[in-house]
Design a protein around this ligand. Structure first.
Ligand code: GLA
Length: 493
């Protein structure tokens, strides 16, 4: 008995060492300095809401806790919790409500302008949050969702603007109720209380369905129950719907009409159903980029639309998705985003069996840099309760995330495309530019950037965003050594 105990404690120590050495070895790839204990306001500078819809908006701010939040010119109808920074309430009249946010702690204060735009546009900056699919697949359950939400708070991601907690496929009961309404299955005993709990933390709640009879995972979907489902989601407090084509294919083929109009129809039906709800629901179209969705997604109020098939954690998948994004830059704008699919960093698995992402650290820097340059929705796809230091650092660099959340809402343009490297440039609201210099080759290489080729001024000041470091003034151009499959992400002015 004693020797058995000894053996099991030895095994435990070995396992603990193995997992420690794994995250330990990734620590050396961290480029971003640790966050300052002084207060700093992060996240988007605008938030869109419809008249009378409930507002739940958490002011994202990092710095040593406790933090104190104040908002000057907060319009009537809204209030802010001074200790959590969560703004709640509703606004009746359309318009731009400009305010000044101050966050303070024992070490100082930080101020920033913030605008709530009341009108008919949601998702004025791309959604940032978590989705269950790339980690849990169909084995998602309420505890797993809650543990990722808990980690979003405890590991400080919420302080950088991460806010949506989205359940993907696998939550639906096998049968509809007698009145036709949909219920969750036994893995989600109480959707309303899950949603209330998320909202109380300042987080938002997302759900998944399909326009056909079945979801991609074979669960019940919304065909001919769209309005009823939208009302059920609203009653649960849902803030985000991913609407995934899948089995609608057989519906529209059976109807014998495969025109673009017939393809778009189910998304219009759900659009109308969502618009009738007394709360705002971010509408995420999922149809793998078919029928040039970027050309009509905004017309059905799509806040984002998938541009490709499903991602996985391989360089091949990343580059294949990447290769299709360049022509789509004119279609991204505030409220309407191209979605190259969810993030594949951290512990993934699409099932009960999780594994660390197969992307190398450099490939992960490329992945996050590219998605931010593309103004893509950022949905973390891993088990966040197992976030290691490297992945946390990758997801909490405020200067990198600010590119994604820039209120101008322009997607980066691919300016230089060679076999072994690419240069993408994103125009930012403050008149500066972000530049991603990507090395696609198998060796580290020095890449020369010629300002003129990028249509930029002759002399530019360069800041390395991952390292948060000013690199100085550069006349005519800039040389940088980039690791294989890695990136140098800079901001120039
Ligand atoms: C499709 C989507 C995925 C995921 C699954 C769920 O494959 O593209 O993102 O939602 O369905 O079944």
């Amino acid at each position: 008995m004693k020797s058995l105990k000894l053996l099991s404690s030895l095994a435990f120590t070995l396992i603990a060492c193995a997992s420690f050495s794994q995250s330990d070895s990734l620590d050396k790839y961290i480029l971003t300095p640790p966050p300052s204990p002084k207060p700093h306001i992060n996240g988007a500078e605008v938030f869109g809401v419809r008249p009378n819809s409930p507002v739940i908006y958490k002011i994202a701010a990092s710095g040593q806790k406790p933090l104190h939040y104040e908002v000057k010119n907060l319009p009537q109808g809204l209030s802010v919790d001074a200790s959590t920074g969560v703004i709640t309430g509703a606004l009746k009249n359309a318009g731009d409500y400009k305010m000044e946010v101050t966050v303070s702690n024992a070490l100082g204060k930080n101020k920033r302008n913030f605008t709530i735009k009341v009108g008919n546009q949601l998702g004025l900056t791309p959604a940032m949050g978590w989705n269950s699919w790339n980690c849990w697949g169909l084995s998602v359950n309420a505890d797993r969702v809650k543990s990722s939400a808990r980690a979003m708070i405890d590991k400080g991601l919420i302080d950088y603007g991460w806010s949506y907690i989205n359940i993907d496929d696998g939550w639906e009961a096998a049968q509809r109720n007698a009145d036709g309404t949909i219920s969750p299955n036994e893995k989600f005993p109480d959707m309303k209380s899950l949603s209330d709990w998320l909202h109380a933390q300042g987080l938002k709640f997302g759900i998944y369905s399909s326009p056909g009879t079945r979801t991609c995972g074979g669960f019940l979907a919304s065909y001919q129950h769209e309005l009823q489902d939208a009302a059920t989601y609203a009653s649960w407090g849902v803030d985000y719907l991913k609407y995934d084509w899948c089995s609608y294919d057989s519906v529209y083929r059976a109807e014998g009409d495969t025109t673009d109009a017939a393809f778009i129809k189910p998304y219009t039906i759900m659009q109308k159903a969502l618009l009738q709800q007394p709360r705002d629901i971010y509408y995420s179209l999922c149809q793998y980029g078919w029928r040039d969705v970027w050309k009509w997604g905004a017309n059905v109020n799509g806040n984002s639309w998938r541009t490709t098939g499903d991602i996985n954690d391989s360089w091949g998948s990343l580059t294949s998705i990447w290769s299709r994004q360049a022509p789509l830059y004119p279609y991204a704008s505030p409220g309407h985003w191209n979605d190259p699919d969810m993030l594949v960093v951290g512990m993934l698995g699409w099932s009960d069996n999780l594994h660390p992402t197969k992307l190398t650290p450099d490939e992960q820097y490329t992945h996050i840099s590219l998605w931010c340059l593309l103004s893509a929705p950022l949905l973390i796809g891993c088990d966040m309760s197992k976030l290691d230091n490297f992945t946390t650092s990758l997801l909490t660099n405020d200067e990198v995330l600010a590119l994604d959340q820039d209120i101008l809402g322009k997607q980066a343009q691919q300016i230089i495309k060679k076999d072994d490297y690419q240069i993408w440039v994103k125009q930012l609201e403050d008149g500066t530019h972000a530049i991603g210099i990507f090395n696609l080759s198998k060796e580290a290489k020095t890449i020369h950037v010629d300002w003129k080729e990028l249509n930029l001024s002759e002399t530019l000041t360069v800041r390395d965003l991952w390292r948060k470091k000013d690199l100085g003034k550069f006349k005519k151009g800039f040389d940088t050594k980039v690791n294989s499959h890695g990136v140098e992400l800079i901001k120039v002015k």
